[in-house]
Design a protein. Structure first.
Length: 254
């Protein structure tokens, strides 16, 4: 019986596969799915196949990997997709199907799906093939140069574009959790200075301490950090060091 390891191997084997022609959104994953009943719609006695090839295809690649590894029926069960009227070609529906059964989490596992957002909402999906204390490693369709390829991704686990991860309903060989060995003293200290410190890490802090999220550690962020430190038993100095980082990550987990 296939396992999450087979899914990961399947996804990794596709790295470098491109749209054909480039820029068309047409690729083998959508072409295959269009020949199946994966996106079969039904209204009354009428049924029809919703064709997806030629549209944004991160979900097409993702679903193809599950179908190719497990078969259509088992892929439906793993991803909680309905037999008819499966709207999972749209990322937020794929997310909602898993959320509806309590299978969305804030931490990665090998073989799970990773969900991303942009300014308009949920926008992209990939498959996690590895992770460590700082990074999560992915395989994604509709990615790479100009979003034309299947490509590997590497993201800080604190990246604010990451909405969460799901937990496919694997039957056997449960995914062994990795030990959480986050070393807070190895994380970059953040504090107010000129020019200001900028980046994703600052956005993570700002999202937790309830201040404007602009990615720049200015005096307003410093004051919000002090308020957070006081409320969470940290040394109140306006600096995000090991103690404050640990408190911030505890909030993110909780």
């Amino acid at each position: 019986m296939a396992t999450y390891k087979d899914l990961v191997d399947c996804a990794l084997s596709q790295v470098g596969t491109a749209e054909n022609p480039l820029g068309s959104n047409k690729q083998k994953y959508g072409a295959y799915i269009d020949q199946t009943n994966w996106y079969e719609y039904k209204s009354g006695s009428k049924t029809w196949i919703h064709k997806v090839n030629g549209y944004d295809w991160c979900t097409q690649f993702h679903d193809w990997c599950f179908i190719n590894t497990f078969g259509i029926d088992e892929a439906r069960r793993l991803l909680n997709r309905p037999r008819y009227n499966n709207y999972g070609a749209v990322v937020h529906y794929a997310y909602d199907y898993m959320k509806a059964i309590g299978k969305i989490a804030s931490t990665p596992e090998i073989g799970c799906s990773i969900y991303f957002k942009n300014s308009k909402g949920l926008s992209h999906i990939g498959i996690v093939y590895d992770y460590d204390d700082k990074f999560v490693y992915t395989v994604e369709g509709n990615a790479g140069t100009n979003c034309w390829y299947v490509a590997k991704g590497k993201y800080y686990r604190t990246n604010t574009r990451i909405v969460g991860y799901d937990r496919p309903l694997y039957k056997v060989e449960p995914i062994p959790p990795k030990e959480d060995t986050m070393k807070f003293d190895e994380l970059k200290a953040l504090y107010y200075k000129k020019p200001t410190i900028k980046g994703d890490a600052v956005e993570v802090v700002q999202s937790v301490v309830n201040t404007d999220i602009d990615g720049s550690y200015g005096p307003k962020t410093e004051q919000a950090v002090k308020t957070f430190q006081k409320a969470n038993g940290c040394t109140v100095d306006g600096k995000v060091g090991p103690q404050t980082w640990e408190a911030i990550f505890n909030k993110l987990k909780g």
